[in-house]
Design a protein around this ligand. Structure first.
Ligand code: SF4
Length: 358
């Protein structure tokens, strides 16, 4: 009998008929599904978390195609080529993207358990305009030959959709490369398909090794967190895998103080460390999700800083072709002279500390 996660994938909700078993589809959702030529799909588990009647449900908005995707006033064409520096003279296999000297992203698959409408890798994963060759051995050989690479981000699509055998091979081979010090995996599965965290997966990627595995998932709204998520995260941690979150800031989904705060507190309650909040990138067809750039810093100031533990404080960043640019709130240093600094906290109160000559 197939494992539960495999059955979930076989029964992915990707037709109107299947979707109607979970929600009362609105007229505009119906129009988008019937009109747009777009790849979409939701794991039955994640679909079951959608509000049956509310089209503004944050999970529905992230998962169900929208006619707004046709509007593209601000999105950049060939966004991923720009973002991942693919138009470069350096000879690299398709599966290797590079923005830093010692870190690379290794793309191993282009399928996902859900197809997020805000995905910045849309051209590869959803529109499939960017066709890449995913050859594990080609990528492994390139990394072996580049001794400056310390840190490998395994990404997709969703890399945890690879079979246990393939993952064991990939992670095992990476761990054998002497200059690789750490492996990071980017996967939404702990949130959208927690059933994937099986004993076989734990054996394939976990355990005590010289090279640790860090997993960063993506959770954007407290509604996405269930008992099953909590259990999946615990299972990952129990085999030595640290779990962090990379949320995407999105209009109407998590751009209000209450939701933003609840999301970060709930993540900590299930042992996920908030790592990044990303400004919604300039990928094509996702204008409707984008807030002002300042919004994220305001939310960190008004919902998290001083309101809860430092463990719940993610770094707010904008990912670009030249790396991540921090966009944190900048209200701290109000004044500085030879004698002292004047500092302000999140409530607007000020204090002074001596300026000690360096
Ligand atoms: S799971 Fe990740 S790669 Fe897949 S569609 Fe969502 S954001 Fe994009």
């Amino acid at each position: 009998m197939a494992e539960e996660w495999v059955e979930q994938m076989q029964n992915q909700v990707n037709t109107l008929e299947k979707l109607e078993k979970f929600i009362n589809v609105s007229a505009s959702e119906r129009e988008a599904i019937e009109t747009l030529d777009t790849r979409w799909g939701i794991s039955p588990y994640f679909a079951s978390l959608m509000d049956k009647d509310d089209p503004n449900c944050p999970i529905r908005m992230q998962m169900i195609p929208s006619m707004k995707e046709q509007v593209n006033q601000f999105g950049m064409t060939d966004y991923l080529v720009w973002k991942e520096n693919r138009a470069t003279e350096e000879v690299r296999p398709d599966c290797i993207a590079r923005q830093y000297h010692d870190r690379i992203a290794f793309t191993v698959i282009e399928t996902c358990a859900v197809y997020c409408r805000h995905c910045f890798r849309k051209e590869l994963v959803i529109d499939q305009e960017l066709q890449l060759r995913f050859d594990l051995d080609e990528g492994l050989t390139w990394i072996t030959e580049h001794t400056e690479i310390r840190d490998v981000l395994v990404t997709g699509g969703d890399p945890l959709l690879l079979s246990d055998e393939k993952l064991e091979y990939l992670i095992g081979k990476l761990r054998e490369i002497p200059h690789v010090e750490m492996i990071r995996i980017g996967s939404r599965l702990p949130i959208v398909l927690p059933q994937r965290i099986t004993e076989g997966l734990k054996k394939a990627i976990g355990g005590f090794h010289r090279v640790p595995v860090w997993l960063n998932t993506q959770c954007n709204h407290p509604k996405e967190i269930t008992e099953k998520t909590a259990k999946a995260v615990y299972e990952l941690m129990s085999c030595g895998i640290n779990v962090g979150n990379q949320a995407v800031l999105m209009k109407g989904i998590n751009d209000d103080v209450e939701t933003f705060k609840e999301l970060h507190l709930k993540l900590l309650r299930i042992r996920i460390r908030p790592y990044y909040v990303f400004y919604c990138e300039a990928a094509p067809g996702i204008d409707h999700f984008r807030t002002s750039v300042e919004k994220g810093a305001e939310l960190i100031r008004d919902a998290l800083r001083g309101h809860t533990t430092g463990l719940a404080q993610p770094m707010y960043v904008l990912a670009t072709n030249i790396g991540k640019i921090p966009l944190m709130p900048d209200y701290y240093i109000v004044d500085k002279n030879e004698k002292e600094y004047t500092l302000r906290n999140h409530k607007g109160e000020t204090t002074k500390i001596p300026n000690i000559p360096g």
